[in-house]
Design a protein around this ligand. Sequence first.
Ligand code: PHE
Length: 444
Amino acid sequence: MASNSRAQFSSKFGFIMAAAGSAVGLGNIWGFPTQTASNGGAVFLFVYLAMICLLAFPMLVAELTIGRYGQSDPIGSIRAVWPKGRSGAILLGLAAMITASLILSFYSIVAGWLVGSFAGSLFDIVGLTTASDWVNSFGPARNLTLMVTFMLLTMHVVKNGVHDGIELWSTRLMPVLFGLFAILIIYIFTLDGATEGLKMYLIPDFSHLSPKLVVSAMGQAFFSLSLGVGTIMVYGSYLSKDINIPKTAAQVAAVDTGVAIGAGLLILPAMFVAKAQGVQIFSEAGELLSSDTLVFTVLPAMFDTMGGAGLVVSLIFFLLMIIAALTSSISMLEVPVACAIEELNHKRSTAVAWIGGLITLIAAVIVFNFGALFGLVIEITTVYGQPILGLCFALLVGWVWSRNKLLEEIKQGYPELEKGLFWKIWPLYVRIVCPVFMILVFFA
Ligand code: PHE
């Protein structure tokens, strides 16, 4: 099973950037602020943080460990920890693979909008206003063009493999993204209206607390850490044995959560800045309008306040957003591609071509039936698919896998494991608390 020719991340930093690259994406910059704004602000933030610490982080460790032990694609890795359940492993791996592919199909549409905003700024700079209007309009032809562009980019990177594709891009570009984010957050607070957004973000109003909010926060936490679809498992399989998994997982979770909090610090104030400028953000009844496209309304309004510099800043900003989305989309495509390479013996380039093509086709169907399918696919995959698969992975690690093998695997990069608090809590936690918690939230 473990073959020496398998690709690996070349350094711990490279892995953290790639895993953080997978985690940090539209979920942080589009999903989290939008959900926070439509779920009453601070309350959602707090529940979300609790979900990250109590559920998502332990599950991140679990998935990474399965992957590194299995040294294979998700189907192979699940089979490795569950040798008696051959068909169960295939079924679970397939379900993860399909969920990852469906997520990519809607993700590429949203990421396409980013490509549109980027191209729009570019066209504005060179004075091509008609072209700029087209890429910023909302129609099937435009959505299709932008989505296909983004899918081609994703396929190109994945074709180049783990080291020259995924790791290289993630290490170069993630740090730039963090820097620009910090600058924009400082800038937004120099504008009128921003503090109103900050209040909504940080002062909780508990009347918004509801079972639905908790379920949404759980889904969002799973989505943001790329859990439950085999992504983390497949990245774990490229991780070298001398790496301390719990510590590395904590670092990845911290980076991801930091960026989500930062995105909230930017977008919620930006909403109120846009409102102060007369952009309509809330309906008469106080409900958020068009939440799907929220960031695509409020961010341009912020860039407008910067005068001529705004065009350049928005160009850089959307470029970085595209990169953040790309480092996530490549991790989704890697799941089915790794399965095709290792289970079906396909060449990487062949696997990327047919699987990428198929996902583009599914995304095209969503584009042409946007009203009916877009929200539905998001709900099926993120609200149900990811947590349910996560639950299966927790049961696998907690009940099926032998505790000794689990211990041995984590110990390789963490020799003093048994002395620390982590090993006293985590195995039992994944065995009992995580599953019970997930089931409770579901049936609430
Ligand atoms: N975590 C990514 C984001 O926040 C999305 C993602 C989900 C990536 C599932 C891989 C797998 O945008």
